[in-house]
Write a protein that binds this ligand. Structure first.
Ligand code: ZN
Length: 508
């Protein structure tokens, strides 16, 4: 069955897993990906790109994952006479950077502040990771430039995605759907319950730019704005590893996301006359193995949360097709299903869905090849919380828990979920929750940078206020970062930190 019905799952909180225990769990776990296929890749998989993406993922995450082990090693030497030299030597060799000297001093009389050092190392690793992303474009692809032409050929001028803020969906654009991150707007919210007003604002801005500048295409082109919401579930542990914001209930997650999509469309239609409307797409992702399900909209754009195409089934049914016939075979499957289900998506929508399913086949094989068909970290393993506005550089799974917000009050729910997750991951083990507070700004607007810095400081104050106990205990550390998003190759600018070092004034 390509089109399925979802299982309702009971509500449970998600158990947390100690970092590092994941690999052992995976070995016991084995592969959950029972596609009934022999080994080898699907003929439509881009194996070379998979290898490139894996190299980037493992190297980037590896930088964060070394920190704890290296600090354990360094801490053992803290009472020795030559401690500072020894510590710096280990840090440079293992982490690739030196530690702030002031944090290593006086350890004969007061113990090394490993918590602060841990947070500092996470922030330094993050800064290097982010700057590499903007300076070297490790995830760019040569054919990215043609993407806008492709979506316009499907009848759309803008793709606007709102996945759940869960870190296990952070790689949705570049990995799971294999889309260029610059060609798609991404804004995450807990439970994919996106801010309708924010999307409305973005729609107005997009249509106005088309009118004034003809970008990304002119208003006389008959194309529409496409809003997609992405919810998630776990097939291996549906009761505990689904979406925390929806009590691990896949049906509630899909219906919640769908309700926001419908509210957004109605908002556009009610606010603007002349037949103004948008197109909608609802996508689900199995966070065990990154396979997607795409809900088929009918010609009016209406979506049934129960009617979807499952990429795992598409994978199986096209496993023996030749490379040249792959796209046509997938398209045919989608069309046939649409007929069976009595829905009639537009031909452009079918073209886009076909592309997404085709792309997802590579990601299914990515997880099969490098993770034995099921991630070892099927639960949370985020390395830090990202709070504020920005974070385009985070395109990796389980690296960051996002809390997109302009004020702490506005995003309190997302933030509370983030701190809860890090209570399991870090705080429960005596390590602080590292929070990167970020605000991107438009450098062409006078005073924008200063306002961005002021907003970061305001968010930091409100965060510390909300979690004052954790903050007082040194269990919550912050890094303040801004970035001019109008300069593509420009990296981040660190403008403050909760960790006082000599470098904190200029760097952190
Ligand atoms: Zn979620």
């Amino acid at each position: 069955m390509l089109v399925g019905r979802q299982n309702t799952k009971a509500m449970h909180s998600r158990p947390m897993r100690v970092r590092g225990a994941a690999d052992a769990a995976r070995r016991q776990h084995g592969s959950h990906f029972a596609l009934g296929q022999p080994g080898g890749h699907h003929p439509l998989t881009y194996s070379e790109e998979n290898a490139r993406l894996y190299q980037y993922e493992s190297r980037s995450k590896g930088g964060f994952d070394k920190i704890e082990q290296v600090l354990r090693q360094i801490a053992q030497h803290q009472h020795q006479v030559d401690f500072i030299n020894q510590a710096q030597q280990i840090a440079k060799q293992e982490l690739g950077f030196a530690l702030p000297e002031i944090m290593l001093e006086n350890t004969w009389i007061s113990p090394l502040d490993v918590r602060a050092l841990y947070a500092w190392c996470v922030f330094e690793t993050y800064s290097r990771y982010a700057n590499e992303f903007y300076n070297d474009s490790p995830l760019a692809r040569q054919d990215d430039a043609g993407f806008q032409g492709f979506i316009e050929s499907c009848g759309f001028h803008t793709l606007d995605f709102s996945p759940c803020a869960d870190g296990r969906l952070a790689h949705i654009i570049r990995y799971v759907l294999r889309l260029p991150y610059k060609g798609v707007r991404r804004k995450s919210y807990a439970g994919a319950m996106f801010d309708v007003e924010d999307s409305l604002h973005k729609w107005i801005k997009t249509e106005f730019t088309r009118l004034r500048e003809g970008m990304p295409n002119s208003v006389d082109q008959n194309t529409r704005y496409l809003k997609a919401a992405v919810y998630h579930y776990s097939t291996s542990q549906p009761d505990s590893e689904g979406c925390a914001a929806h009590g691990s209930d896949a049906v509630a997650a899909a219906e919640g996301a769908l309700s926001r999509l419908l509210a957004f469309r109605q908002g556009v239609e009610n606010s603007f006359c002349c037949g103004a409307s948008i197109d909608l797409l609802l996508i689900g992702i199995d966070t065990d193995n990154d396979s997607i399900r795409i809900h088929l909209p009918n010609a009016n754009g209406d979506i049934d949360s129960d009617c979807y195409v499952d990429a795992k089934e598409v994978y199986s049914q096209t496993f023996n097709v030749s490379k040249g016939n792959g796209k046509a075979a997938i398209s045919e499957l989608v069309e046939r299903l649409a007929v069976t289900k009595g829905v009639q998506p537009s031909s452009g929508m079918i073209k886009l869905i076909t592309r997404l399913l085709l792309n997802n086949i590579s990601q299914i094989d990515y997880v099969r090849t490098y993770y034995n068909g099921c991630y070892s970290d099927i639960g949370h393993q985020e390395r830090f919380i990202g709070m504020g506005v920005g974070f385009e550089e985070v395109q990796l799974r389980n690296l960051t828990y996002f809390a997109y917000l302009r004020t702490v009050e506005q995003g309190a729910k997302d933030l509370d979920v983030g701190i809860k997750i890090f209570t399991g991951l870090n705080i429960g083990r005596g390590l602080p929750a590292p929070v990167v507070i970020r605000y991107d700004y438009h450098g062409k607007v006078p005073g924008a940078r200063e306002r961005a810095i002021a907003r970061c400081k305001c968010l930091e104050g409100a965060l510390k206020n909300r979690f004052s106990d954790l903050s007082a205990q040194g269990m919550l550390h912050t890094l303040l970062v801004v970035r001019d998003c109008q300069v593509e190759s420009k990296g981040i600018e660190v403008v403050g930190s909760s960790i006082q070092t000599t470098a904190a004034q200029g760097g952190h």
